[in-house]
Design a protein around this ligand. Structure first.
Ligand code: SF4
Ligand code: SF4
Length: 462
C-alpha cells in the first residue's frame, strides 16, 4: 500500500518527557459499534455468570485448587487431566496465530476483556455522568465546584461497583461462591481470597479510572508481536490511501476523497490516525470506519474509505486467503482439536495405573513363592465413591490385597497395595507380562498388565 503521508509518531497518549496525555474519544453510533457492543455484552455475560450458575451440582466454571479439579460448563477435569490444559494452551496459541494472520487484531477490539469492559461498560457510564467528549474535557478543565465533585464521585463510585463486581466474580472462579463471601466478610478466615478480591478490584479500578488504553499501548505484549503474524494479505482496518490522498476540502482540485475532517482520529480510543497505516496502537475496534462512513455518506461519496481489507486489496493486488502461514496455523489447530477429540472420546471416570514399589524387584518368600510388590493407582473422576477389588487373570498367579475392597472417594487419586505371587514352577521368564482385573461394586471392570519379575527359571542370576 502507498505509504501514509505523515511521519511516524509516538502514541498520542504519550507526550513530552513521557507525560500522559489524556484522551477524550468521541462516541459515534454506527453499524460497527452496534455489532461490537452486541459481541461485548455476550462476552460480559459469559465471563460473569460462570461461578454463579450451577451445572450438574457444580458451578459452571470453577478452578478448584484445593480439590485439584476444574469445572467448565459441565466438564470436570482433575489434576491427572493435565493433558487437557496442554490442549487448551495449543488451542489458544494456534487460534490467536490463525485469527491474527486472517483477521488482524480482531481479538483486541472485539473480545479482549480489557476492551470489552472499558468500551461497553466503563465509557458509557462516563458519558452518561459527564457527557460528551467536549463536555468531559470542559469539566476536567473547570475549577472544582460542588457539581464537579459530585459528578466525579458518582463516576468513581460506579467504577468501584463494576471493579468490585468483577473482582468478586474473579475470586469466585477460584474459591466458589461461599468461599468468596466468606473471604469478603471475614478476611482473617481466608487471607489469600481476601487479597485476590482486593487486588483484582484495585487493579480494575486503576485501569478503568486512569490507565485505560495505556494497557494496550504500554503493557500488553500482543500488540507488539502482531507484526510477526500479519502480512499484506491479512484483513485489517485500513485507510484506502490511493483513494483518499491527497487530502483536501471538498471541491479542492485534484483532492482525493479524504476531506481531512479528522473524525476518524477523534473517535479513536487510542488516539491513533489510521491514515498512518497499520500501527501498534490500532486495536481494530472499527470506530473509525463508522465515523468515516458517516462523513462519506454526507458527502455523497461511496462509503469504505476506511474499511476492513488487506493491504494487497488496497493496492489493487490479489488477496490470498490461503497461504503457507495460514495453512501451518490451521493444521496446528486441527491437530490440537483432533487430539482433544480422541482423548475426550476415551475419557473415563475411573483411570488405573500400576507401578512397582520402589526397592526390591521381587522377594522370595519362605515357602519358595516369588512376590512382586506393586501399587495400583486408582483415579476416581466421578461424583460417586467406589470400592474396588482386584483379581488375577493370568493362570497360576495369586494376589494378596491387604485392603479389599479398596474405597476411593469422588475426585480422589488413591494407591492400593497389591502383591503378586507365583510359585517358582509357574515362572516361565525373568520378565513376564501378567494380567489383573480391577472391578468396582457396579459395572466397572478393566484389565491391566504388569511386568512380573522373578529369578531366572534356568537358575542363572538376574
Ligand atoms: S474520517 Fe474519513 S474523511 Fe475524515 S479524516 Fe478520516 S479518513 Fe479522512
Ligand atoms: S484506528 Fe480505528 S480501528 Fe484502530 S483503534 Fe483507532 S478507531 Fe479503532
Amino acid at each position: 500500500m502507498d505509504a501514509p503521508q505523515t511521519p511516524l509518531e509516538a502514541p498520542k497518549t504519550i507526550g513530552q518527557g513521557g507525560r500522559r496525555v489524556w484522551l477524550y474519544p468521541e462516541w459515534f453510533r454506527g453499524r460497527m459499534l452496534t455489532w461490537r457492543t452486541a459481541a461485548h455484552w455476550l462476552l460480559i455475560v459469559a465471563l460473569l455468570i460462570g461461578p454463579w450458575v450451577d451445572i450438574g451440582g457444580h458451578p459452571a466454571t470453577r478452578i478448584d485448587i484445593p480439590g485439584r479439579r476444574i469445572h467448565f460448563w459441565g466438564l470436570t477435569l482433575f489434576a491427572t487431566d493435565g493433558v487437557y490444559l496442554l490442549f487448551l494452551f495449543g488451542f489458544v496459541v494456534f487460534s490467536v496465530f490463525l485469527f491474527t494472520a486472517l483477521f488482524g487484531r480482531v481479538w483486541c477490539g472485539w473480545a479482549c476483556p480489557q476492551t470489552v469492559f472499558l468500551e461497553s461498560l466503563v465509557r458509557p457510564i462516563e458519558r452518561w455522568i459527564e457527557g460528551s467528549a467536549a463536555q468531559r474535557q470542559k469539566l476536567d478543565a473547570a475549577p472544582w465546584t460542588a457539581g464537579k465533585i459530585g459528578r466525579k464521585l458518582a463516576k468513581y463510585a460506579a467504577y468501584l461497583v463494576i471493579a468490585g463486581g468483577v473482582g468478586t466474580t474473579f475470586t469466585a472462579y477460584f474459591l466458589g461462591r461461599a468461599g468468596t463471601f466468606e473471604a469478603q466478610l471475614h478476611p482473617s478466615s481466608h487471607p489469600a481470597g481476601t487479597f485476590t478480591f482486593l487486588f483484582i478490584t484495585g487493579l480494575l479500578l486503576f485501569d478503568f479510572a486512569y490507565f485505560r488504553e495505556q494497557t494496550c499501548l504500554v503493557v500488553c505484549p500482543y500488540g507488539r508481536f502482531q507484526s510477526a503474524l500479519l502480512d499484506r494479505n491479512s484483513l485489517t482496518v485500513v485507510y484506502d490511501a490511493p483513494r483518499g490522498e491527497p487530502r483536501g476540502k471538498k471541491g479542492t482540485a485534484g483532492a482525493g476523497d479524504c476531506v481531512d475532517c479528522r473524525r476518524c482520529v477523534t473517535v479513536c480510543p487510542t488516539g491513533t490516525d489510521i491514515r498512518r497505516g497499520v500501527t501498534m496502537e490500532c486495536t481494530q475496534c472499527m470506530a473509525c470506519i463508522d465515523a468515516c462512513d458517516d462523513i462519506m455518506a454526507k458527502l455523497h461519496r461511496p462509503v469504505g474509505l476506511i474499511r476492513v481489507a488487506s493491504e494487497n486489496a488496497i493496492a489493487k493486488a490479489p488477496t490470498r486467503i490461503v497461504r503457507p502461514r495460514v495453512i501451518a496455523y490451521a493444521v496446528g489447530l486441527v491437530a490440537v482439536l483432533v487430539a482433544f477429540g480422541i482423548t475426550a472420546a476415551h475419557h473415563s471416570e475411573i483411570e488405573l495405573g500400576l507401578s512397582r514399589v520402589v526397592g526390591t524387584p521381587y522377594t522370595t518368600l519362605p515357602d519358595g513363592r516369588i512376590q512382586n510388590a506393586m501399587q495400583l493407582r486408582i483415579s476416581n473422576k466421578g461424583e460417586q465413591p467406589h470400592e474396588f477389588t482386584v483379581e488375577p487373570v493370568t493362570s497360576g498367579m495369586e494376589l494378596l490385597t491387604p485392603i479389599s475392597p479398596f474405597a476411593v472417594k469422588p475426585g480422589r487419586v488413591e494407591h492400593m497395595p497389591v502383591y503378586l505371587l507365583r510359585a517358582p514352577a509357574d515362572v516361565r521368564d525373568r520378565h513376564e507380562t501378567v494380567r489383573l482385573r480391577v472391578r468396582d461394586e457396579g459395572e466397572f471392570s478393566k484389565e491391566i498388565d504388569a511386568q512380573f519379575l522373578a529369578p531366572d527359571p534356568a537358575g542363572g542370576s538376574r
